[in-house]
Design a protein around this ligand. Structure first.
Ligand code: GRF
Length: 228
């Protein structure tokens, strides 16, 4: 029985696409399945991607509708993949340790209210930072402040535009998010009561730091398994 997952997205859904592709590549080894894709934007590309795969979709007309929507779908994990609306605190509490978000920067830097889209990458460039990257973290009631599960650094080049950096970060988001989601679906990672993430640490040759189970690292990622 695979763990049922809901994905909330407001945009094009390339991270959703990466989730679909990863679960397809894992086949029977996938520990999760996307049971619902919901958006606050009726025209969101994420909804089109889901519909093309026959995955149920829903429009989040108002945040208050989210709790019953997730209950009806009987999902156990919620993934925010470019979801730009507030998740009601009651839903965050209900999915404590079971709700993940992907952020296109190395939190806790360059995060928080209003930090989304190209603004994030513009802020990184303005800061003179030499690395940026992707962060997958548990969702807490404070925006972008939940426990960090995994990060993957990318270089920042002098000539980068915000769009250049966004493209480079998005590529590693697509590698990182699905593997963390599958790990959570496998109960290979968890958020402890003391707010720390428990799981086996793996460090990729590319410098990515993961907490992932052994089996979900064999898909095209050169990962050196190094138990922390
Ligand atoms: C990603 O950059 C993600 O980090 C941020 O929103 C963007 C979503 O992109 N939260 P997509 O809709 O998955 O293509």
């Amino acid at each position: 029985m695979k763990t049922r997952i809901a994905v909330l997205a407001s945009g094009g859904g390339s991270n959703l696409g990466a989730l679909f592709d990863h679960f397809d590549a894992l086949g029977d080894r996938a520990r999760g399945e996307i049971a619902l894709v919901a958006s606050n934007v009726p025209s969101a590309g994420a909804l089109t991607r889901a519909a093309s795969r026959g995955v149920p979709t829903a429009i989040i007309s108002e945040p208050a509708a989210l709790a019953s929507m997730l209950d009806r779908a009987e999902v156990e994990i919620v993934v925010l993949a470019g979801y730009l609306k507030l998740v009601p605190p009651a839903v965050v509490r209900q999915f404590h340790g079971r709700m993940l978000n992907v952020h296109p920067a190395l939190l806790p830097a360059f995060g928080g209210p209003g930090m989304y889209g190209l603004r994030v990458h513009q802020a990184v460039l303005d800061s003179g930072a030499r690395v940026s990257g992707a962060t997958v973290h548990f969702v807490s009631e404070e925006f972008d402040r939940g426990a960090i599960v995994a990060q993957w650094p990318v270089p920042v080049f002098e000539e980068d535009s915000p769009a250049d950096l966004a493209r480079r970060v998005l590529r590693v988001e697509h590698a990182l998010l699905p593997r963390v989601v599958d790990a959570l679906a496998a109960d290979a990672i968890a958020l402890d009561d003391d707010g720390r993430v428990r799981g086996a640490f793996l460090v990729g040759r590319q410098g990515a730091a993961f907490t992932l189970p052994h089996e979900s690292t064999d898909l095209g990622l050169e990962i050196d398994a190094a138990m922390a």
